[in-house]
Design a protein around this ligand. Structure first.
Ligand SMILES: NC(=O)c1ccc[n+]([C@@H]2O[C@H](COP(=O)([O-])OP(=O)(O)OC[C@H]3O[C@@H](n4cnc5c(N)ncnc54)[C@H](OP(=O)(O)O)[C@@H]3O)[C@@H](O)[C@H]2O)c1
Length: 329
């Protein structure tokens, strides 16, 4: 039965906005589907109260993909005639060329691209500051983020897969200098990847309420919903466990079936069973997929988080991955 309620909201960490528990990603999404499906998917997200969109210009570092996904998203929200208050926008700030390519230039370009067809979003609600390789002046990053907040580009921020030590420095800097601290962390989190989000470093920040979790890559780019060899680019394989993830899929499907649910619903209900999770950011490339995913709310309600965690305990595959987020590709 199609979902007919409203997606609940949770707070995206202290100082963060209230967000629906589901958000839609843009990476390899809007540029893989046609204009009618883009509009229908965005309209459905608005209808159910899940109009929270992570939209980035993928143009640097490992993401030098010259992607048009952000332009196509902007075109769709313009075609739909959405008001800015109809949706939440989460942007991305890349550190791959930082400080050579600074934050103001990235924000201006990103907002210009989303608004190019006429939608003019004006600002992001929040942004994720991306991961990085090698050394970076974390204290300066916090100051530069503050400058963008002061310029009105966004109101709050989070980090993506940062090593715990860098995040600690960012929190300490913000506290010492009276700047805005990150309010959430976007991590890989789901049935098979739990070490970082539930581990001793991030787990403590989530537990004491210093940060909220934005779970992402929860379907491992599609593998955990049965696309065993995705033909789209998917996230990095931290720990080199992808073959084991592919091999685990039949068990995911079996457990989902035992609950009368789909693999996608099981994966999302697992994420939401963790009280640290404010929001799950997934890629959906059709209204059908979004509707399927919305069924996770009913599954969680029906079975409860404890039963879902107990039934899926065997699927935790990244036990040997470091909880502090330090890894080399
Ligand atoms: N923190 C990180 O390291 C990290 C890593 C990767 C991504 N991300 C972020 O998270 C966002 C989401 O990640 P993602 O899109 O790469 O991966 P994902 O959410 O794990 O998987 C998305 C794919 O799953 C499939 N799917 C979704 N719902 C489905 C359903 N109900 N039934 C069948 N298939 C379904 C779709 O495949 P098809 O389209 O092929 O049908 C979709 O493209 C990205 O936009 C990005 O911002 C973060």
């Amino acid at each position: 039965m199609a979902f007919s309620g409203r997606v609940p909201v949770r707070k995206l960490g202290p100082g963060g906005p209230e967000v629906p528990v589901f958000a839609l990603g843009s990476w390899n999404i809007w540029d893989r589907i046609d204009a009618d499906e883009r509009r229908a998917l965005i309209a459905r997200a608005v209808e159910v109260g899940a109009a929270c969109f992570d939209v980035a210009y993928y143009n640097m570092g490992p993401h030098a993909e010259a992607s048009r996904t952000d332009l196509l998203f902007g075109e769709a929200i313009h075609d739909l005639g959405l008001a800015r208050s109809d949706y939440l926008l989460c942007g991305k700030l890349w550190l791959w060329e930082y400080p050579r390519t600074g934050f103001a230039a990235q924000m201006d370009e990103s907002l210009e691209r989303i608004g190019r067809a006429g939608a003019a979003p004006g600002s992001f609600d929040t942004v994720v500051v991306g991961d990085f390789m090698g050394d970076i002046d974390v204290a300066q990053v916090v100051r530069d983020v503050q400058a963008e907040i002061d310029r009105g580009s966004f109101a709050s921020w989070g980090v993506n897969n940062w090593p715990a030590e860098s995040l600690r420095l960012a929190l300490d800097t913000a506290s010492a200098e009276g700047l805005t601290p990150p309010s959430f962390a976007q991590l890989k989190y789901g049935l098979v990847r739990r070490s970082m989000a539930e581990g001793e470093f991030y787990g403590r920040w989530f537990g004491d309420g210093a940060l909220a979790l934005q779970a992402s890559d929860a379907f491992e780019g599609g593998i955990l919903v049965g696309k065993l060899a995705p033909n789209r680019k998917i996230g990095a394989d931290v720990g080199g466990i992808r073959e084991r993830i592919v091999a685990a899929y039949p068990r995911v499907a079996e457990i989902a079936e035992s609950f009368g649910a789909t693999p996608a619903q099981l994966g999302l209900a697992f994420c939401l069973a963790n009280p640290a999770t404010a929001n799950v950011l997934f890629g959906a490339s059709s209204v059908r997929q979004l509707d399927d995913n919305l069924g996770a709310l009913d599954l969680l309600e029906r079975e409860g988080g404890e039963r879902i965690r107990a039934a899926t305990a065997e699927l935790w595959l990244d036990r040997d991955v470091r909880a502090d987020g330090v890894w080399a590709p």
